[in-house]
Design a protein around this ligand. Structure first.
Ligand code: PGA
Length: 258
Protein backbone atom coordinates (compact mmCIF):
# COMPACT_ATOMS: atom_id res chain seq x y z
CA UNK A 1 0.00 0.00 0.00
CA UNK A 2 1.43 3.36 -1.00
CA UNK A 3 1.12 6.21 1.47
CA UNK A 4 -0.39 9.27 -0.22
CA UNK A 5 1.64 12.44 -0.21
CA UNK A 6 0.25 15.95 -0.45
CA UNK A 7 2.73 18.67 -1.32
CA UNK A 8 1.85 22.33 -1.10
CA UNK A 9 3.83 24.19 -3.73
CA UNK A 10 3.71 27.83 -2.74
CA UNK A 11 5.67 28.86 -5.86
CA UNK A 12 6.65 32.56 -5.58
CA UNK A 13 3.33 33.46 -3.96
CA UNK A 14 4.11 33.38 -0.26
CA UNK A 15 7.69 33.83 0.86
CA UNK A 16 8.19 36.39 3.61
CA UNK A 17 8.77 35.24 7.17
CA UNK A 18 5.62 37.04 8.34
CA UNK A 19 3.22 35.49 5.83
CA UNK A 20 4.86 32.08 6.29
CA UNK A 21 4.35 32.23 10.03
CA UNK A 22 0.78 33.42 9.62
CA UNK A 23 -0.20 30.55 7.30
CA UNK A 24 1.64 27.77 9.12
CA UNK A 25 0.43 28.68 12.58
CA UNK A 26 -3.14 28.39 11.34
CA UNK A 27 -2.41 25.21 9.40
CA UNK A 28 -0.58 23.08 11.99
CA UNK A 29 -3.51 22.58 14.40
CA UNK A 30 -5.84 21.73 11.50
CA UNK A 31 -3.82 18.68 10.45
CA UNK A 32 -2.44 17.62 13.79
CA UNK A 33 -2.47 13.86 14.26
CA UNK A 34 -2.90 12.98 10.57
CA UNK A 35 -0.30 10.30 9.99
CA UNK A 36 -1.83 8.40 7.08
CA UNK A 37 -0.69 11.06 4.60
CA UNK A 38 2.76 12.58 4.12
CA UNK A 39 2.39 16.36 4.23
CA UNK A 40 4.98 18.65 2.66
CA UNK A 41 5.14 22.41 2.34
CA UNK A 42 7.47 23.54 -0.45
CA UNK A 43 8.22 27.17 0.29
CA UNK A 44 10.47 29.74 -1.41
CA UNK A 45 14.07 29.90 -0.15
CA UNK A 46 13.39 33.06 1.85
CA UNK A 47 10.72 31.28 3.90
CA UNK A 48 12.58 28.05 4.64
CA UNK A 49 14.34 28.91 7.88
CA UNK A 50 11.19 30.44 9.38
CA UNK A 51 9.12 27.49 8.17
CA UNK A 52 11.56 24.97 9.62
CA UNK A 53 11.44 26.60 13.06
CA UNK A 54 7.65 26.45 13.03
CA UNK A 55 7.30 22.97 11.53
CA UNK A 56 9.90 21.04 13.49
CA UNK A 57 8.26 18.53 15.82
CA UNK A 58 5.06 18.54 13.72
CA UNK A 59 3.78 16.04 11.14
CA UNK A 60 4.53 18.52 8.33
CA UNK A 61 7.77 18.24 6.37
CA UNK A 62 9.64 20.97 4.62
CA UNK A 63 10.37 21.10 0.89
CA UNK A 64 12.20 23.45 -1.46
CA UNK A 65 11.24 24.23 -5.04
CA UNK A 66 14.59 24.11 -6.80
CA UNK A 67 18.32 23.51 -6.28
CA UNK A 68 21.56 23.30 -8.25
CA UNK A 69 23.53 20.11 -8.84
CA UNK A 70 26.78 21.24 -7.19
CA UNK A 71 27.55 21.60 -3.47
CA UNK A 72 29.55 24.82 -3.65
CA UNK A 73 31.26 27.15 -6.06
CA UNK A 74 30.97 30.04 -8.47
CA UNK A 75 27.30 29.65 -9.38
CA UNK A 76 25.87 33.09 -8.69
CA UNK A 77 22.22 32.99 -7.72
CA UNK A 78 22.00 29.23 -7.30
CA UNK A 79 21.29 27.22 -4.14
CA UNK A 80 23.24 24.18 -2.99
CA UNK A 81 21.43 21.02 -1.89
CA UNK A 82 23.80 20.92 1.09
CA UNK A 83 22.55 24.33 2.22
CA UNK A 84 18.98 23.10 2.00
CA UNK A 85 19.72 19.93 3.87
CA UNK A 86 21.42 21.84 6.63
CA UNK A 87 18.41 24.05 7.33
CA UNK A 88 16.02 21.12 7.61
CA UNK A 89 14.69 20.70 4.07
CA UNK A 90 13.66 17.09 3.35
CA UNK A 91 11.91 17.24 -0.02
CA UNK A 92 12.87 18.92 -3.27
CA UNK A 93 10.63 19.64 -6.25
CA UNK A 94 12.52 19.08 -9.49
CA UNK A 95 11.53 19.67 -13.09
CA UNK A 96 8.37 21.62 -12.42
CA UNK A 97 6.89 22.73 -15.74
CA UNK A 98 7.48 26.37 -14.78
CA UNK A 99 11.20 25.55 -14.40
CA UNK A 100 11.14 23.69 -17.71
CA UNK A 101 9.18 26.31 -19.69
CA UNK A 102 10.23 29.65 -18.18
CA UNK A 103 13.78 28.79 -17.11
CA UNK A 104 14.47 26.34 -19.93
CA UNK A 105 15.43 23.40 -17.72
CA UNK A 106 16.01 20.30 -19.83
CA UNK A 107 15.52 16.65 -18.97
CA UNK A 108 19.32 16.30 -18.88
CA UNK A 109 19.66 19.09 -16.30
CA UNK A 110 16.82 17.66 -14.22
CA UNK A 111 18.53 14.26 -14.33
CA UNK A 112 21.74 15.83 -12.95
CA UNK A 113 19.83 17.60 -10.20
CA UNK A 114 17.97 14.40 -9.39
CA UNK A 115 21.17 12.40 -8.93
CA UNK A 116 22.56 15.14 -6.73
CA UNK A 117 19.39 15.33 -4.64
CA UNK A 118 19.51 11.57 -4.09
CA UNK A 119 23.15 11.64 -3.05
CA UNK A 120 22.39 14.49 -0.64
CA UNK A 121 19.52 12.47 0.83
CA UNK A 122 16.83 14.90 -0.23
CA UNK A 123 13.57 13.28 -1.32
CA UNK A 124 12.84 14.31 -4.89
CA UNK A 125 9.39 15.12 -6.24
CA UNK A 126 9.92 15.02 -9.99
CA UNK A 127 7.32 16.66 -12.22
CA UNK A 128 6.41 15.48 -15.68
CA UNK A 129 3.52 16.39 -17.95
CA UNK A 130 2.40 17.44 -21.40
CA UNK A 131 1.37 20.78 -22.91
CA UNK A 132 -2.14 21.30 -24.24
CA UNK A 133 -1.02 21.17 -27.90
CA UNK A 134 0.77 17.89 -27.25
CA UNK A 135 -2.38 16.40 -25.74
CA UNK A 136 -4.50 17.67 -28.61
CA UNK A 137 -2.09 16.09 -31.10
CA UNK A 138 -2.42 12.77 -29.28
CA UNK A 139 1.19 12.90 -28.13
CA UNK A 140 0.69 12.73 -24.35
CA UNK A 141 2.04 9.22 -23.87
CA UNK A 142 4.98 9.81 -26.19
CA UNK A 143 5.96 12.94 -24.22
CA UNK A 144 5.57 11.18 -20.87
CA UNK A 145 7.65 8.22 -22.02
CA UNK A 146 10.41 10.51 -23.26
CA UNK A 147 10.44 12.47 -19.98
CA UNK A 148 10.58 9.26 -17.93
CA UNK A 149 13.41 7.82 -19.99
CA UNK A 150 15.51 10.99 -19.93
CA UNK A 151 14.77 12.30 -16.44
CA UNK A 152 15.33 8.92 -14.79
CA UNK A 153 18.31 7.94 -16.89
CA UNK A 154 20.82 5.81 -14.94
CA UNK A 155 18.71 5.82 -11.79
CA UNK A 156 18.85 2.51 -9.94
CA UNK A 157 15.84 0.59 -8.69
CA UNK A 158 16.82 1.30 -5.09
CA UNK A 159 17.00 5.03 -5.81
CA UNK A 160 13.82 5.04 -7.85
CA UNK A 161 11.62 3.98 -4.94
CA UNK A 162 12.73 7.08 -3.03
CA UNK A 163 11.47 9.32 -5.82
CA UNK A 164 7.96 10.72 -6.00
CA UNK A 165 6.63 11.41 -9.46
CA UNK A 166 4.16 14.26 -9.95
CA UNK A 167 2.11 13.95 -13.11
CA UNK A 168 1.11 17.51 -13.89
CA UNK A 169 -0.60 18.11 -17.23
CA UNK A 170 0.61 21.62 -17.97
CA UNK A 171 -2.78 22.70 -19.34
CA UNK A 172 -4.26 22.02 -15.89
CA UNK A 173 -1.76 24.03 -13.84
CA UNK A 174 -3.15 27.25 -12.42
CA UNK A 175 -5.92 27.24 -15.04
CA UNK A 176 -8.77 25.90 -12.96
CA UNK A 177 -9.05 23.17 -15.59
CA UNK A 178 -8.34 19.89 -13.78
CA UNK A 179 -7.81 16.65 -15.61
CA UNK A 180 -10.80 14.42 -14.90
CA UNK A 181 -10.03 11.60 -12.47
CA UNK A 182 -10.29 9.22 -15.44
CA UNK A 183 -7.86 11.24 -17.58
CA UNK A 184 -5.39 11.43 -14.71
CA UNK A 185 -5.74 7.75 -13.79
CA UNK A 186 -5.15 6.71 -17.42
CA UNK A 187 -1.79 8.47 -17.44
CA UNK A 188 -0.87 7.27 -13.94
CA UNK A 189 -1.48 3.68 -15.08
CA UNK A 190 0.62 4.37 -18.16
CA UNK A 191 3.46 5.80 -16.03
CA UNK A 192 3.35 2.76 -13.77
CA UNK A 193 3.51 0.45 -16.77
CA UNK A 194 6.58 2.31 -18.07
CA UNK A 195 8.22 1.99 -14.64
CA UNK A 196 7.39 -1.67 -14.60
CA UNK A 197 9.09 -2.12 -17.98
CA UNK A 198 12.11 -0.01 -17.01
CA UNK A 199 12.52 -1.61 -13.56
CA UNK A 200 10.07 -4.33 -12.56
CA UNK A 201 6.51 -4.63 -11.38
CA UNK A 202 7.36 -4.69 -7.69
CA UNK A 203 9.36 -1.47 -7.99
CA UNK A 204 6.63 0.19 -10.07
CA UNK A 205 4.07 -0.70 -7.42
CA UNK A 206 6.10 1.02 -4.71
CA UNK A 207 6.60 4.35 -6.49
CA UNK A 208 4.22 7.10 -5.51
CA UNK A 209 2.67 9.07 -8.34
CA UNK A 210 0.97 12.32 -7.39
CA UNK A 211 -1.39 14.26 -9.60
CA UNK A 212 -0.99 18.03 -9.92
CA UNK A 213 -2.96 20.73 -11.71
CA UNK A 214 -5.85 22.74 -10.23
CA UNK A 215 -6.51 20.38 -7.33
CA UNK A 216 -9.17 22.02 -5.18
CA UNK A 217 -11.23 20.96 -2.16
CA UNK A 218 -14.13 20.08 -4.48
CA UNK A 219 -12.26 17.74 -6.82
CA UNK A 220 -9.60 16.22 -4.55
CA UNK A 221 -11.63 13.30 -3.27
CA UNK A 222 -12.59 11.97 -6.72
CA UNK A 223 -8.96 12.19 -7.85
CA UNK A 224 -7.54 10.47 -4.77
CA UNK A 225 -10.10 7.68 -4.95
CA UNK A 226 -8.39 6.45 -8.11
CA UNK A 227 -6.16 3.52 -7.40
CA UNK A 228 -3.01 4.89 -9.01
CA UNK A 229 -3.24 8.48 -7.76
CA UNK A 230 -1.14 8.69 -4.60
CA UNK A 231 -1.93 12.21 -3.49
CA UNK A 232 -1.26 15.52 -5.12
CA UNK A 233 1.01 18.48 -5.70
CA UNK A 234 -1.11 21.51 -4.93
CA UNK A 235 -0.34 25.07 -6.03
CA UNK A 236 -3.05 27.71 -5.60
CA UNK A 237 -5.08 25.79 -3.04
CA UNK A 238 -2.02 25.30 -0.80
CA UNK A 239 -1.80 29.00 0.00
CA UNK A 240 -4.72 28.92 2.41
CA UNK A 241 -4.72 26.62 5.41
CA UNK A 242 -8.40 25.68 5.07
CA UNK A 243 -8.29 24.57 1.45
CA UNK A 244 -5.04 22.67 1.91
CA UNK A 245 -6.45 20.91 4.99
CA UNK A 246 -9.56 19.90 3.07
CA UNK A 247 -7.37 18.34 0.36
CA UNK A 248 -5.26 16.49 2.94
CA UNK A 249 -8.38 15.15 4.60
CA UNK A 250 -9.63 13.92 1.21
CA UNK A 251 -6.40 11.92 0.84
CA UNK A 252 -6.78 10.58 4.38
CA UNK A 253 -10.36 9.55 3.61
CA UNK A 254 -9.35 7.82 0.38
CA UNK A 255 -7.21 5.45 2.44
CA UNK A 256 -9.75 4.83 5.14
CA UNK A 257 -12.49 4.02 2.65
CA UNK A 258 -9.98 1.93 0.69
P1 PGA B 1 -2.10 24.57 -9.23
O1 PGA B 1 -0.52 24.27 -9.34
O2 PGA B 1 -2.65 23.66 -8.17
O3 PGA B 1 -2.20 26.01 -8.88
O4 PGA B 1 -2.69 24.25 -10.58
C1 PGA B 1 -0.01 22.97 -9.26
C2 PGA B 1 1.47 22.96 -9.47
O5 PGA B 1 1.97 23.72 -10.29
O6 PGA B 1 2.22 22.20 -8.80
Amino acid sequence: MRKPIIGGNWKMNRGTPIETKEMLEKFIPLVVGIDTVDIVIAAPFTALITAYEILKNTNIKLGAQNMYFEDKGAFTGEISPEFLKEIGVEYIILGHSERRDIFKETDALINKKLKKALSTDLKPIVCIGEHLEEREMGKTKEIIEHQINETFKDISKEAMIKIIIAYEPIWAIGTGKTATPEQAEEIHIFIRSLLSKKFDEETADLIRIQYGGSIKPNNAEDLFNKENIDGGLVGGASLESDSLTHIIKAADKSIKTG
